[in-house]
Design a protein around this ligand. Sequence first.
Ligand SMILES: N[C@@H](CCC(=O)N[C@@H](CS)C(=O)NCC(=O)O)C(=O)O
Ligand SMILES: [Fe+2]
Length: 288
Amino acid sequence: MSRPEVKAFFDHDTNTISYVVTDPQSRHCAIVDSVLDYDPSAGRTRHTSAEQIVNYVKQESLTVDWLLETHVHADHLSAAPWIQQQVGGQLAIGEHISTVQETFSKIFNAGTEFARDGSQFDHLFKDGETYKVGNLQARAIHTPGHTPACMSHVIGDSVFVGDTLFMPDYGTARCDFPGGDARTLYHSIQKLLALPDETRMFLCHDYLPENREEFVWETTVGDQRKHNIHVHEGVSEEEFVTMRETRDASLDMPRLILPSVQINMRAGHLPPEEDNGISYLKIPLNAL
Ligand SMILES: N[C@@H](CCC(=O)N[C@@H](CS)C(=O)NCC(=O)O)C(=O)O
Ligand SMILES: [Fe+2]
């Protein structure tokens, strides 16, 4: 089993971790879940975080094979199209993106200009599909529940799980976004926990629980299986669903859900400019 080099980038504004996952032999890489900085008071996007990734790719002379989005993020905007312009690579997400696009096109009353078939992406992964990052063997696993299109990616000895699991002391992702489902998440998590115990596991967020002072985003399948506070071995499906639904009822919507979803359902592109050359976002009232 080959071991990728994993370089993590932590975004303090949204608690998101992006990764550059490199095959040390070929120096080919995949970029997982990049962040486009967004100031909601000004409606201003910036590329400061994305530039760090691009600079790293250039410094290390990497060839970008893939820009992987684990899902349509609801808490930060994706910088994937901007990074692709700078350093190339194929932009990919799970094939069930069309379900997510269908759902959100209704909420945002998107026009016919908005394709609901995932065609904004270069590639749509199917469950179990294998692919390569340089010479590293990789596999996409459909892990819905947080959203219908969530995918996890096994690359060499590591798995990138997006928002399915968080650190063992924080637990699991919420399941109350449109199309989310706690029971479905439970089953997806079982697929991840069935990977070999020593598999390195990389998470998309860390929200720093009260009893910890450092952000952490790497764990192992074995640690999750034994210690995850929501789904460790022995927690039944019913117990999990009750816990998750109770917790979800107490959570506020993510601060950036409205901008994030409108950009990310378009693969990270801004909505088409209006006749004055400015792109606009909508705020649906009382719809979420
Ligand atoms: N306070 C954060 C919350 C972000 C959030 O809801 N994160 C999602 C992932 S996109 C989650 O699953 N949170 C789990 C939880 O808080 O239990 C924000 O406003 O951005
Ligand atoms: Fe998420």
